[in-house]
Ligand binder design. Sequence first.
Ligand code: MV4
Length: 455
Amino acid sequence: MFRRILIANRGEIAQRIIRACRELGIETVAVYSEADADALYLSQADETICIGPAASAGSYLNIPAIISAAEVADVEAIHPGYGFLSENAHFAEVCRSCKIHFIGPDPETIAALGQKDNAKQMARDAGCPVVPGSPGSVDTESEAVKIAAEIGYPVIIKAAFGGGGRGMRVARNEPSLINGYHAARSEAKNAFGNATVYVEKFVENPRHVEVQILGDMHGNVVHLGERDCTVQRRHQKLIEESPSPMIDEDTRQRMGEAAVRLIKHAKYHNAGTVEFLLDKNGDFYFIEVNARIQVEHTVTEMVTGIDLIREQIRLAAGEELGYTQADIKFNGHCIECRLNAEDPRKDFQPSPGLVETFVPPGGPGVRVDSHCYSGYRIPPTYDSMIGKILVHRPTREMAIQTMQRALGETVVVGPKTTIPISRAILDHPDFRQAVHDTGFMERYFGNSAALAGLR
Ligand code: MV4
């Protein structure tokens, strides 16, 4: 096992990783930008090193600064958290060449899965259902027209190196396909430095369900069930839950097995997520792999009792999983609400600044992962998520009740937060009956009138 780890991240995930290290008896080195000098996670680490200015490009994305800090502090491994350098194959490669363990999959695996048309081909080869579409990238307009005619409209054009919904265009006929093809390419080139796109059938009003997996370096792979992340607004998740209320036991089992087949085929080591779209008929299709720990990993921790960050560290050190699929038991229902410093009444505009008072919820079945404290100043520079509120209860109905109670007792004085919108979602009949889809937020909370009316 490692003696000392550097955490190349900030906020709640830095704190979460420090907690896992403490329990493992591993020393921690936290890095921070000038904007994070008063951050809570710094007081919880064994050593802290400033790596640069507020702007991420000079600090949390600054590979030479992070590697220098790792060398100076003499760590054996780096945990990248989520976002920032977590899916950067080049960074994982630099770590390897400096003989520092990267806590995540191999650089080759990150690169192979990071190109989505390639990941999709790997899924096909592994016998994992994929959305019908182009066999690989679509490099000319005429090829796009031909493929779209074959699979039938509507189709979606996606950036191969895309993320966050950028470089994506839906086309319902040939003229809009031609237009969308060029628009997607230029947006992809701009955002990701690569114009490569692929084309697939557009699934109308899908649900988003993802499977958590763990793979060790000895060929063992397990899945830890699924998370339903259907409640999203402009590709930002707001609420996640497990198990998914949208799938039956048979679908759950087949989805888990499909994810395991892909992850074994990819020789994937460490924690990862296999994302699926679920259509109206209950059929599921692979869309992409997230080669990192995700924000919502906590939901899976609650229902499985497995500490995913601990597992990531163990697996990166070469340890065996030590359990099989049959050993993993799923217990109760977990719901997570992200706590963002945003004003839902003003188009979710970021609301940084001084938190005069922060009173987190507590009591039976409640977990809070947050780096917030009374007197904390939220920097305007980074993501607006200031924490996650989770509840774990025997049933979904009870989880919704407990979450309403927990959100009701949470106090954030200063910045506006997403608490009111979370409460409105939990009260919505479509959410309660679990008949919502990815269009839910736009449909019911997409206009300013609905948002202005939040209690
Ligand atoms: C799709 C789709 C419909 N059909 N692919 C959005 C982000 C990216 N990860 C995949 N996305 C989608 N891919 C096909 N073939 C609809 C979406 C989509 C979506 C997916 C999951 C959760 C929320 C979403 C919101 C809008 C569109």
